[in-house]
Design a protein around this ligand. Structure first.
Ligand SMILES: [Zn+2]
Length: 640
């Protein structure tokens, strides 16, 4: 056994070294090439834009002009310059308070501006004011920084311009840069698909972790800080501002909630029927082109339609939905000029404040309704739509392509940018060229709306004290729990993992976000289990009960099980020697003809097994009382 493992390890180290050498070669070539050509010079053509929102830009002699405005939106200020600018603004204004919500791993303050008619106001006083609270964050991916420069302009106008009345009926929390360390890993070569600003921050934080994959597992200080703000301040609406990486189209500001799938149905309806039309109107009247969240189904262009799936609560919008907090994902279009994107974000932020002034209280009531739902048959996964291959549009002519059938999934009206496909002389594969010409068309719209996997809601979960890291993270989410002071025996349903594979669905060999994930199937067993003092009971009859289920059910892709927090259950740690097991196996066969039959059949069916002493003895061992009954037993119990 030991020898076999050695050989395996050697092979994988060899592969790893090979891969690194390849990566390094590409990196070196890339750096040299970048010295002479910038990505900006090979971006698809820009469409010239002017809009009413340009009137929001401060005059050159305005003492509160922002650094981005001063540069005509060519550059964006660094962390220190941004922080100093906000500090000066907050010190000078009776409406703004600047606080720190946490520190990054590199020791930078993650700061937040509280905008309210009262200065130095606490979370408790904000709640007492009864005004709806809007939380917006920028720079979770710090190269996608439009929100920071838009927020600087808007808060300046609230403090010293003509926008003070926005705070009459609403309170506003604004995080200008969430990924503060990555914001300082700034370069002109970080985001080759994006038109400005000149220097952009890096996508992942200083630990190379993607903050927008961390909402469920909570590894990072940055996301822990945001979750604390959500728990302490209890906003009614949460906005996460990004910039796209994908295809070209006319829309400059795309945004939305989670859509049909998910756990907060009344909030979803409000976002679609109240929020979206209101914000769309404001954006349009300011010269912007608002659109829905878009992903080309074929990964290249929209000829085969758009697809919207749910990414699960590792993402901000799905996380918001799961904890019944209205959450909006904003994806500004990366190929639009920086000025256009920042001004559009300003309009969207202002529009949100205006809407909450009139509709914030009803959103609060809607939220309470969703928080009170306790679905018994609880969906845990949604079907990913398959391309029906029935329709394909030519964007230039707006004609269905030859050979296409007539059955269209759902179609949406689409403001496209024309494109053509080329055959590459480098890779011999097809790639798209965007032509910079607007075109209007219909496209197929696929949505992941059908749940296919369900679990039955238990009364609650028992998490043994020994899994304290998981308990700590559940607490950070704000999930209420009862800690037992004395050991307690409870009858619980438990999961035995019957087969498992390390790695996620796409990647079986490498860790993802610092974790080796695991997927597996389970069977249930009833156990009378003794939970030691310090173990916790988590009722699912609480507003965050749904969140607890998704984090604790092992088949959920964002459970702590799937993220690898329970990997030690995959190891057997007690052994039995062959000189004990050989005579014991002989005796077992003599005593049980049924076992003998099973053994003979297994040997006949599996030649490898028949020739492997270790495997045979382990098989017998597993049928004795000496075997570890906790092996592959997921230690969290379900109280039914
Ligand atoms: Zn992003």
């Amino acid at each position: 056994m030991f020898y076999k493992r050695m050989k395996q390890n050697k092979k994988s180290i060899y592969n790893m070294v090979n891969k690194r050498i390849k990566c390094f070669a590409i990196y070196t070539l890339g750096s040299l090439w970048a010295l002479t050509v910038t990505a900006q010079s090979i971006l698809p053509p820009a469409i010239e834009w002017h809009g009413k929102s340009e009137s929001l830009i401060a005059k050159a002699n305005d003492p509160w002009i922002t650094p981005a405005e001063r540069s005509d939106f060519i550059t964006t200020p660094g962390y220190k310059e941004t922080m100093n600018w906000f500090k000066k603004l907050a010190d000078a204004s009776p409406l703004l308070t600047m606080i720190t919500i946490g520190k990054s791993v590199e020791g930078r303050d993650i700061f937040m501006i509280i905008a309210s008619t009262e200065k130095n106001i606490t979370a408790a006083s904000l709640k007492k004011s009864g005004k709806p609270l809007f939380l917006a964050q920028a720079g979770i991916h710090s190269g996608e920084i439009d929100g920071k420069d838009a927020g600087m302009m808007l808060l300046r106008d609230i403090a010293f311009g003509n926008k003070r009345s926005l705070l009459d009926k609403v309170n506003f929390l604004f995080i200008p840069i969430l990924s503060v360390d990555a914001h300082e890993r700034s370069s002109a070569y970080n985001r080759p698909n994006q038109r400005g600003p000149q220097n952009q921050g890096w996508r992942t934080n200083a630990q190379n972790l993607n903050l927008n994959r961390d909402y469920a597992k909570l590894d990072t200080k940055e996301i822990r800080s945001v979750i604390k703000v959500i728990n302490d301040y209890d906003p009614v609406l949460y906005m996460d501002i990004h910039v796209t990486d994908g295809a070209d189209y006319q829309y400059d500001i795309t945004f939305g909630g989670l859509g049909q799938q998910g756990y907060s149905h009344d909030i979803r309806d409000w976002l679609e029927n109240t929020y979206k039309p209101f914000a769309d109107k404001d954006l349009t009247s300011n010269g912007h082109i608002p659109g829905p969240l878009l992903n080309a189904f074929n990964g290249n262009d929209f000829s085969q339609g758009n697809i919207v799936t749910t990414g699960g609560p590792r993402f901000s919008d799905s996380y918001g939905d799961l904890r019944h907090l209205a959450a909006i994902l904003v994806e500004n279009h990366s190929l639009k000029p920086y000025k256009q994107r920042v001004l559009g974000t300003y309009v969207l932020l202002e529009s949100t404040l205006k809407l909450l002034a009139t509709a914030g209280k009803s959103l609060k009531q809607i939220t309470e309704k969703d928080k009170a739902v306790r679905a018994v048959k609880f969906p845990i996964a949604w079907k990913v739509p398959q391309m029906k291959n029935t329709v394909s549009f030519d964007v230039l002519s707006n004609q269905q392509l030859p050979g296409a059938g007539s059955a269209v999934p759902d179609s949406i009206h689409f403001l496209a940018i024309a494109s053509i496909m080329h055959k590459s002389t480098v890779t011999n594969s097809d790639y798209v060229e965007w032509l910079g010409k607007p075109a209007t068309t219909m496209i197929a719209d696929y949505r992941s709306t059908d749940p296919f996997d369900f679990i039955t809601r238990p009364k609650g979960y028992w998490v043994p004290a020994s899994w304290d890291e998981v308990i700590t993270r559940l607490k950070l989410h704000g999930i209420k729990m009862h800690v037992i002071k004395e050991p307690r025996e409870v009858t619980v349903e438990m999961y035995r993992i019957i087969d498992h594979t390390f790695g996620d669905d796409n990647n079986k060999t490498e860790p993802f976000e610092g974790h080796m994930q695991v997927t597996g199937t389970t069977k249930t067993e009833m156990h009378k289990q003794l939970f030691p003092a310090g173990s916790v009971y988590i009722s699912t009859d609480q507003p965050l009960g749904d969140l607890a289920m998704v984090l604790l059910e092992p088949i959920s892709k964002d459970s702590y099980f799937s993220w690898g927090f329970f990997h030690s259950i995959f190891q057997r740690t007690e052994y039995i020697e062959a000189y004990i097991m050989e005579p014991m196996a002989k005796k077992m066969l003599e005593e049980s003809p049924a076992l003998k039959k099973e053994f003979e059949e297994k040997k006949a069916a599996d030649k490898t097994f028949a020739n492997d002493q270790y495997a045979i003895l382990t098989w017998f061992y597993s049928k004795t009382k000496f075997y570890d009954e906790r092996y592959l037993l997921y230690p969290v119990g379900r109280e039914l």
